[in-house]
Design a protein around this ligand. Sequence first.
Ligand code: ZN
Ligand code: ZN
Length: 249
Amino acid sequence: MIRQNMHIHSNYSWDSKMDIDTIAQILVKNNISYGALTDHVELSRESLPDVITKLKARNIDIDRINQQYQGKLTLLKAVEISEPHWYPDQVQKLSQEVELDFIMGSIHSIQKKAESRREREVATHQYYQEILEMIKTDQIDVVGHLDYINRYYKKDYSLYQQVTDVLNAIKEHHMVIEINTSAERRSHLNVFPSLDKICRYKLSQNEIIIGTDAHTPNQLIDNLEQAELITKELGLKPVIYQKRKRINL
Ligand SMILES: [Zn+2]
Ligand SMILES: [Zn+2]
């Protein structure tokens, strides 16, 4: 399998100190041919002009690395936008102004402290509702760490029908999910989304991306092998993106 890590945060993200040279060295050392920098875009806390300036500088850095490691490593220019459907005009402007290979949309705004069972069910229902709204605005390519709410609760409270609706919407809107390996360090699951949801996804489509949600050098290969095994076993197909177009590997 051609190795990939499609979810990496560099020091262009507020919560990572990893520089792009370090990322490239470690990926090459581990025979990972494709890496995607999915730096955070949080429009609730940063202005769009600042985001654009930052990402343009980052993309120059990526071009430099891609030249240096030609034939060994390709870094993709991506972003992980929090709640993109809350800022449709800004997301559109961003995608026009900055060259991007793909846009990952993620829900990070989650009710994390629900105490009763009922409150946790409501929080989970709201979480999937946000995902559905995000998909319907049609501005993203990849749904990031589906099931992330399991980071905060010890049990999965999702409703079967609501998950079905989300999986159907992903297919209908020509998006893919990522198999995100950070679940192992962050939750009671092995991967995000849970294995049963990956199997249900597989009933209607094959394409996925694999990412570790790396914020530190050791997280660049964190549980990657496990996600690769799941991918192989289920017959899923890892894809990459180039300028918002999906490419089969
Ligand atoms: Zn982060
Ligand atoms: Zn995230």
